[in-house]
Design a protein around this ligand. Structure first.
Ligand code: ADP
Length: 396
């Protein structure tokens, strides 16, 4: 069966077509500037990329263009859209009710619409992406794979915030967790490697957005992102966790309204806010090498917070079998991995510096030092493949 995976953003739509018999990606690409003007990049392994500018008035126009390219005699990889057996949609937020990947019907769409208030950035484009695909491909199943659903196994003590309980009841303010599909994917990979179905695993998804998840036996017990992807470790432009009073104090002193304050925390903080240089880890490290003290500080803070979370999760799980790094920074940056793992030997984490720094970018590498109690890995994530697998399972 062939599965199309779709990830719709506010002005973008990413796609990947998988052949589930082989696990191969037949084609993938990105529609950009939807609703503005429109552009598409279409890629097929081993062939030249195709790029064009095309008016894309909405997500429906984008998916129509994607299908016409996938079926194009020259640029395509299938002869007709009927070859697509099902469509998997990446959906950031499944709220409290969509606790596992699900076929999306009217009831599910209605529920997604009802939780837009707690997911204002990612909810509307995901819904419009699903609706567009359903209207263009009405005869196949459309499956939603939710970033939050991996966290449906967390206990109340991990997801209820210590604020008046009525606020949870009234507004569903709680820890939801994000990047769940990525954490689930790399956690499963490492459990397969260890051959231990009860393994205690910490997965560090470190990219522009970063989150850390603790799992026991492939079930999440805690995660650093919370009600929104704003909580947890510092990120490219997001602050991560703060003393809540810092927020109200800044609002008073700077005269900011809630939207302006959210912008400050979301887009002007993190690596960018402290370094004043960039949100990109590579740029910040280059600036550090050139003597920027604030860039050095930004990196120190990043590593400091990540270590604190790792330590707290070991305490929470009363042990650790494997530590995994994934996403842009986690997969590719041996220096950051080394800084995080330094002085974690008390917890059993020790890495082989030479193997770690020599690890080929984007390849699965075990970086454990010989004899260390905990096994440490860099594992490339593949959220799209995970979405395809769930979609396939629900479409057979
Ligand atoms: P997103 O959260 O947007 O998916 P990514 O997972 O692509 O982000 O991660 C982006 C981050 O990864 C940036 O901070 C970037 O500096 C870092 N990164 C990407 N590639 C490399 C690399 N080869 N070496 C070091 N850092 C990298």
């Amino acid at each position: 069966m062939k599965i199309l995976v779709v990830n719709a953003g506010s002005s973008s739509l990413k796609y990947q077509l998988f052949d589930m018999d082989t696990g191969d990606v037949l084609a993938k690409g990105l529609c950009e500037r939807i609703g503005i003007d429109g552009a598409i990049t279409h890629k097929r392994p081993g062939k030249e990329n195709y790029k064009s500018e095309a008016p894309l008035k909405d997500h429906k126009a984008a998916i129509e263009l994607v299908l016409s390219l996938l079926c194009d005699p020259d640029l395509g990889v299938i002869s007709s859209a009927d070859e697509i057996g099902a469509v998997g949609h990446r959906v950031a937020h499944g709220g409290e009710k969509l606790r596992q990947s699900s076929v999306i019907g009217e009831k599910e769409l209605e529920y997604l619409e009802s939780i837009v208030e707690i997911n204002p950035l990612h909810g509307p484009p995901a819904i419009s992406g699903i609706k567009a695909c359903q209207s263009v491909m009405p005869n196949v199943k459309h499956v939603g794979v939710f970033d939050t659903s991996y966290y449906s196994t967390m206990e109340e003590k991990a997801y209820i915030y210590p604020i008046p309980y009525e606020l949870y009841e009234k507004y569903k303010i709680r820890r939801y967790g994000f990047h769940g599909t990525s954490h689930r994917y790399v956690c499963q990979k490492v459990m397969d490697i260890l051959g231990n179905k009860d393994a205690k695993v910490i997965t560090c998804h470190l990219g522009n957005g970063s989150s850390i998840t603790a799992s026991v036996g492939g079930r999440a017990v805690d995660t650093s992102m919370g009600f929104t992807p704003q909580e947890g470790v510092p990120m490219g432009t997001r602050s991560g966790s703060l003393d809540p009073t810092v927020v109200t104090y800044i609002m008073k002193k700077e005269g900011l309204n809630p939207e302006e304050m959210e912008k400050l925390l979301n887009s002007k903080s993190g690596l960018l806010g402290v370094s004043g240089v960039s949100s990109d880890c590579r740029d910040v490290m280059i600036a550090e090498g050139e003597g920027s003290k604030r860039s050095a500080l930004a990196m120190e803070i990043l590593v400091h917070y990540i270590k604190k979370i790792i330590g707290s999760y070991v305490a929470e799980m009363n042990g650790l079998d494997a530590l995994v790094f994934t996403a842009g920074i986690g997969e590719n940056d041996g220096v950051v991995r080394e800084l995080i793992c330094k002085d974690l030997s008390y917890l059993g984490v020790e890495i082989d510096s030479e193997v770690n720094l020599g690890a080929k970018r984007g390849t699965q590498t075990e970086i454990t030092k010989a004899g260390a109690k905990v096994r440490t890995f860099a594992i490339p994530t593949d959220e799209e493949y995970m979405i395809a697998l769930d979609t396939y399972a629900l479409s057979k």
